[in-house]
Design a protein around this ligand. Structure first.
Ligand SMILES: [Zn+2]
Length: 316
């Protein structure tokens, strides 16, 4: 399978609201903001996962135009969801050391399912009373007081959502009622003239969740198209209609699937932005190489996105 919905280009894989080559766009001046969107790094000592993350950070900081900040898309460490306490501590230390040494830019993090410590209690051996259990692990590591928030940069408002809700020893993707109330209020408080970028780890809407991994047997799915509840937001249609009603949401970025795809509906573009780790540090995945998104924003709500491979070769 190739790259979904995007045409390849030498310097990266372009997906923009207007054609990057259109004269109208070229004449519109420099973007007011550039950021690099690094999702699904799955930092780990094995398979060069820490070195690969470092290489990606160095690559992003040496772009022709240096990004103003780094935005992560979650799953920044290789799984602590099922990890024992010792392993979780080791990954946190490796994460801190790598980012401290290799990133000099401001960073905004997003929470992913693999960043939540011990929710699978049988596998992790946790009781739930550990000081850093659950989302606390990620909040402490990434330095945010709670798992969702907003921030403003370059005239844009960023809404960083927390996609991951617990179910049994696993998770499903939606935003909980408290977060939904916050989102409704934040949209209400944001003038329609302020362009909005929504960031979530799990895609709100995407195409790639339908073709990720092995095909589901026809026998199993009958005539239904099945997208699993952990692979795309189960409240995606509701969120989309909220965004559409508001009118200011231009771009929704996600990761989680590790594939690159883009869909556009009602003037809102949804981009699932590949993975820094590719196939969990085992090479490219279904045609998407190890890479990250480069996003340029204009104050009037236009943006350009390209997927940027950073030349990583998987280690044996
Ligand atoms: Zn994930």
């Amino acid at each position: 399978m190739g790259l979904l919905g995007c045409a390849g280009a030498k310097a990266g894989l372009a997906a923009s609201q207007t054609s990057p080559a259109s004269p109208a766009h070229r004449g519109a001046g420099e973007p007011c903001l550039r950021f690099a969107h690094l999702t699904d790094s799955h930092l780990q000592p094995e398979r060069g996962g820490a070195r690969g993350t470092a290489a990606c950070l160095e690559h992003a900081q040496s772009l022709d135009r240096k990004p103003d900040f780094i935005l992560t898309g979650g799953d920044n460490v290789m799984d602590v969801f099922e990890a024992k306490q010792g392993r979780a501590t080791e990954l946190a230390q490796a994460f801190r050391a790598t980012w401290k040494q290799h990133c000099s830019l401001p960073v905004e993090h997003t929470l992913g399912n693999h960043d939540i410590f011990g929710w699978n209690k049988p596998k992790s051996g946790t009781s739930g009373s550990e000081a850093d259990w659950g989302k606390k692990f990620a909040c402490d590591l990434y330095g945010f007081p709670r798992s969702y928030r907003s921030f403003d940069r370059g005239g844009w408002r960023f809404l960083v959502l927390d996609s991951v809700q617990s179910k049994g020893d696993g998770y499903v993707a939606f935003i909980d009622p408290e977060q939904l109330a916050w989102l409704e209020q934040t949209l209400k408080d944001t003038p329609v003239t302020t362009p909005i970028c929504v960031v979530s780890h799990i895609p709100i809407l995407c195409v790639s969740a339908m073709v990720f991994g092995n095909p589901r047997t026809l026998e199993k799915r009958g005539q239904d198209t099945i997208v699993q509840a952990g692979e795309m937001h189960t409240d995606g249609d509701h969120l989309h209609h909220m965004f559409k009603r508001h009118g200011g949401v231009k771009l929704c970025l996600s990761g989680h699937i590790h594939l690159l795809d883009r869909c556009q509906i009602d003037g809102i573009t949804y981009i699932c932005d590949g993975a820094v780790s590719g196939n969990w540090w085992k090479g490219p995945i279904q045609g998407t190489p190890e890479g990250y998104g480069v996003v340029d924003l204009w104050a009037d709500g236009r943006f350009e996105h390209r997927y940027q491979p950073y030349g990583w070769k998987a280690e044996a």
